[in-house]
Design a binder for this molecule. Structure first.
Ligand code: GLU
Length: 262
């Protein structure tokens, strides 16, 4: 519904969609996702992908565990993993003739107007060249105080800077539920949210940790940024094959509607 009308779409994918619990790369999923992207390109949409996975890919390469990694070590691990991550995208997307580029951003790049405008120009030039930017945080230089730390908020800033119409957060759940759906059978998926009120915040805070990666808190923070930039945002299940097609056809997800126009 909303995606069809969007010209610029930012799609965020988390590490768990690319690498499973046994550290196996979900190659089939990424190929299916590439088909989604191919379809969106055919419809003349401009796409930006925000992908996590640098640290997870680095851990895989080094055969170490992500848990207990200190920040300085994780920066080295991210440096090793980022190239693996881009190789994975490059190999998979080449099969579908999709050209990609890499952009690594720091918090300052999106918070300072001059740098943000510069980033916007780069996005526009890449669109004109027919390349899809794949964005991640520049984990190798960011210290904990100046770090996003989560790609949900990074993706919302990217959506804001690029003037996106929609931000898609691919998660491991269908969206925001009235209660934890894993515990409460009558939990209902909230389909549309216009106003992030105390009740919504409460549900989101409660669901941290219950929903696995990222939690809902950072997704709600991202939604607030989107609401003030005139960008629609959707939380949808990314674990399914062809997740974007599913959003368009089934709309079994949670949409946050903007408060202002673009
Ligand atoms: N930038 C981190 C990485 O690529 C991930 C941050 C997140 O999971 O949101 O590993």
């Amino acid at each position: 519904m909303y995606l069809e009308d969007s010209k610029i779409v930012v799609i965020k994918i988390g590490s768990s969609l690319l690498i499973d619990d046994n550290k196996k790369i979900r190659k089939k999923w990424l190929s299916e996702f590439a088909k989604d992207i191919q379809e969106l390109i055919k419809q003349n949409k401009k796409i930006i992908i925000v992908s996590s996975g640098a640290i997870a890919m680095g851990c895989k390469k080094l055969n170490i565990n992500k848990k207990n990694l200190k920040i300085d070590k994780s920066q080295a691990v991210a440096s090793i993993g980022q190239i693996e991550l881009m190789n994975l995208f490059s190999e998979t997307f080449a099969k579908f003739k999709i050209n990609i580029s890499q952009i690594l951003l720091t918090l300052e790049d999106t918070e300072q107007r001059r740098r943000a405008l510069n980033a916007k120009r780069t996005f526009d030039n890449l669109f004109a060249l027919g390349f899809i930017p794949i964005v991640n945080e520049n984990d190798t230089t960011a210290t904990s105080e100046i770090k996003y730390g989560d790609n949900d908020r990074l993706a919302s800033r990217v959506a804001q800077i690029s003037g996106a119409d929609s931000l898609v957060l691919l998660s491991d759940v269908n969206g925001l539920f009235t209660q934890n759906p894993k515990i409460y059978k009558n939990a209902k998926l909230i389909k549309e949210i216009k106003n992030i009120d105390k009740d919504i915040e409460k549900i989101a805070t409660k669901s941290i940790g219950e929903y696995g990666t990222g939690g809902m808190k950072t997704k709600i923070d991202a939604a607030k940024i989107c609401q003030l930039s005139g960008c629609k945002m959707v939380i949808a299940n990314g674990l399914l094959n062809r997740p974007i097609k599913k959003i368009i056809e089934e709309n079994n997800c949670t949409w946050f509607l903007p408060k202002v126009s673009k």
